[in-house]
Design a protein around this ligand. Sequence first.
Ligand SMILES: Cc1ncc(COP(=O)(O)O)c(C=O)c1O
Length: 430
Amino acid sequence: MSGKLAILGGEKTRNKPWPPFPVLGEEEKKAVLEVLDEGRLSYFIASVGKDFLGGKKIQELEQLFCKYHNVKYAVSFNSATAALHAAIVACTVKPGEEVITTPYTFTSTATSAFMHNAVPVFVDIKPDTCNIDPVKIKKQISPLSRAIIPVHLFGNPADMDEIMEIAEDNDLKVIEDCAQAPGAKYKNKYVGTIGDCGIFSLTENKNITSGEGGILITNDEEIADISRLIRNHGEAVVAGQKKRTYKSTILGWNYRMTEIDAAVGVEQFKKMDSFNNVRIKLSEYLSKNLQDIDWLEPPTVYDGNKHVYYVYHMFYNKEKTGIDRSSFLEALNAEGIPFAGGYVKPLYYNPIFHENKPFIFKHYKGNATYEPGMCPVAEKCHFEKLILTPVPRPTANEADMEDVVSAIIKIDENLYSLKNKNPSNVLVKS
Ligand SMILES: Cc1ncc(COP(=O)(O)O)c(C=O)c1O
């Protein structure tokens, strides 16, 4: 027996803080100083830059992404949101057309469609991986459908074979949202290389960071070209003219990454596989050492796939404990173990989808709806089952994971007293 629960006045399982994140080393510092010593923070100007392609660090980062993924083009942005917006334009989605995606993702996977006056259509997720359910995609295809954005949620690859087959049959483009999954593999192929393009996030809490940043990868020259224009006010430098001339061809933004961000990104990218290996090792440690807890289900990883565990999640079974998820999480947090209930509310709950509808809805001719209850699997997952934690990541170690395991075993051994703490919990006998 492992003692009284902290929430009932016992000793906490863990008192010390969790390792700081992100993990930045001497290499990142040196690279940033190199940029400062050189004195140029952005080369994206016509008089010095080569056709708006950015400076040394930007191009080095893009080359690293190309080489690693064995793709022809990588285009850097100042966020994955910017990269998603550019991808939607570059995949020739037109205003008023539909982009199919999951509601169980970060906001901008879907709102990037609104940025181009396109309309997100939500398809429910699979209960085992929380990724978009290909079977349900088919039912949502309409004459206005133009693209699918599968998300490799939490670092676990979506079902790309099925998604690509549907896309091919219906002439849809595929934009892989790999923001949470750099280095993940679907059947031995890196995510981001299977669809028409893939986008990655380098924001601070991701597997690797440049502070803020995003990268789009593709083998499609046109997607790469349009993406570069979108990031650069829609302007190109017209080659072959004596005096360089700006040429604005399409609507663009300033989505450019700075040399300092890219310098950090380059050094982080070099560490990506070793960072991911730590995440995988620690996450697998949790799954293995919690396998006897029959009211918690570890993440499902399909054979042949590589999950890179941006966060570690489990499914909580209230029917087996007789205790609400929130009471369980309160007890776990009191033990010093940070777990949250659910990820983000299914996106159609956001007011922008029903109260403050974007401009496009005045002109939209399709049938997309955003009603509570429309994706029941995502709702059950979010409101009842999913729990997640960021702790299996560098520079944590197995001793840190042992604290997570001990705290959960402690709760398992004290389920009866936890249930009695809150009389509204009713123990269901199995
Ligand atoms: C699945 C997903 N897509 C897109 C984004 C957007 O990334 P960024 O913050 O770099 O714009 C994120 C980041 O949180 C994400 O998790």
